[in-house]
Design a protein around this ligand. Structure first.
Ligand SMILES: NC(=O)C1=CN([C@@H]2O[C@H](COP(=O)(O)OP(=O)(O)OC[C@H]3O[C@@H](n4cnc5c(N)ncnc54)[C@H](OP(=O)(O)O)[C@@H]3O)[C@@H](O)[C@H]2O)C=CC1
Ligand SMILES: CC(=O)N[C@@H](CCC(=O)OP(=O)(O)O)C(=O)O
Length: 341
């Protein structure tokens, strides 16, 4: 396949000091087709003026950018000089920030949940705020790169999926696409490392409190996100564990009576030419194999009509920053894996 060489594309990162923002800054800094215009935090952030590499010393060699406060002047400069803005901010912050950039004609790739759901009422129910920008909600494209490549390519606003939905949907969509599942509720149990909760201190992510524990039972905001994309009911239970990063999702689904082993293998063949998906029957993906990697590892196992699919990702990469890079690569006419391998 031939790819067109693009001129350098200028991007700004807002929320750059967070776990996701720092990963994205690192990836963009080493991406040959992207030019980093600036890294931003909130206007009155205590980290304004700090070097990103001082906050995240593991990237000190490559992250010399100073964090800048997102003042009105900074927003105007971004609008003037950047082509794409990445939002690595909280959901409500992203919803408040995105429209100004979009109205000015920039592209926005939002890594929060602020534009992922189609049903606006689910924002009050699952996110705890009333969504005021339904016009953009309607135009947002879901950035699951392997499944929505064509729409992502032309989208002005991309809503990058949540980390748990990425793991679950990458496992389930091949089965759904081939109509191999019954209508029975799909069950997803997933375990996440603690960076999934963001960089800000909280009691639940405090070292002394960490263990292995379920949370968000029946009501986690990723339940409607997975169900919306799968078009099927789902029972999703996230678990927080005492390791830094990675997600392992264990997915339980019921197969239609006529499904053969070959049907399953054929369904997962959809990933045969996708460089960042490693899907293999009988494999047992492990977090250690995907940490610091942009891959999703998938393994499927059946007993009669019961199917178990295992799916492992790095929550900060395929679950956020590297998936965002896949999206901009698609938009720039580059191979999805550009800058990631
Ligand atoms: N962590 C994960 O595994 C994943 C996270 N996400 C989503 O990505 C987003 C970022 O997550 P994460 O990195 O974990 O979060 P963090 O809490 O680690 O980082 C949040 C960032 O936003 C900045 N920020 C806060 N308020 C504002 C504001 N008003 N204007 C500009 N910047 C602001 C913070 O800096 P400061 O407060 O100093 O201004 C910080 O840089 C969230 O929406 C999250 O839900 C998505 C997938 C996976
Ligand atoms: C361990 C942990 O706390 N994980 C986060 C999910 C992080 C993620 O994917 O984020 P968004 O949908 O918020 O973008 C949570 O459960 O809220």
């Amino acid at each position: 396949m031939q790819y067109q060489t693009q001129q350098s594309h200028t991007v700004a990162i807002i929320g750059a000091s967070g776990y996701v923002g720092a990963e994205l800054s690192r990836l963009i800094q080493k991406h040959s087709a992207l030019k980093l215009f600036g890294c931003y935090v909130s206007e009155h952030s205590s980290d304004a003026g700090t070097l990103l590499g001082d906050l995240h010393p593991q990237y000190a060699h490559s992250l010399a950018a100073p964090l800048q406060p997102l003042s009105s002047a900074a927003k105007a400069a971004i609008i003037e000089q950047a082509d794409t803005v990445f939002l690595c901010t909280d959901h409500a912050v992203s919803v408040a920030l995105a429209p100004d950039f979009l109205q000015a004609g920039l592209k926005v790739i939002d890594l929060s949940g602020g534009f992922r759901l189609h049903d606006v009422n689910q924002y009050s129910e699952f996110y705890g705020f009333e969504h005021k920008h339904t016009d953009w909600l309607d135009r947002a494209v879901y950035g699951l790169a392997e499944w929505h490549a064509a729409d992502i390519t032309t989208a002005q606003l991309v809503a990058v999926p949540g980390c748990y939905p990425t793991a679950a949907l990458m496992a389930l969509l091949p089965l759904k696409q081939k109509a191999l599942l019954t209508d029975k509720k799909v069950i997803v149990n997933a375990v996440s490392g603690v960076t999934g909760a963001g960089r800000k201190a909280s009691l639940t992510s405090h070292g002394a409190e960490l263990s292995l524990q379920a949370y968000g039972l029946f009501g986690h905001r990723h339940t409607p996100e997975i169900a919306q994309q799968l078009q099927q009911e789902v029972l999703f239970t996230p678990h927080l564990a005492n390791f830094p990063r990675g997600i392992l999702a264990t997915v339980y689904a019921t197969l239609n009576d006529t499904v053969t082993d070959d049907d399953l293998a054929n369904a997962y063949q959809c990933y045969a030419n996708t460089p960042l998906v490693r899907a293999k029957s009988q494999s047992r993906p492990a977090i250690k194999d995907v940490v610091q990697q942009p891959f999703v590892d998938i393994g499927w196992h059946r007993q009669g009509n019961q199917l178990i699919v295992l799916s492992a990702i790095d929550n900060l990469l395929k679950g956020a920053a590297s998936q965002a890079i896949q999206c901009i690569n698609l938009q720039q006419g580059l191979p999805v894996e550009e800058g990631l391998l």
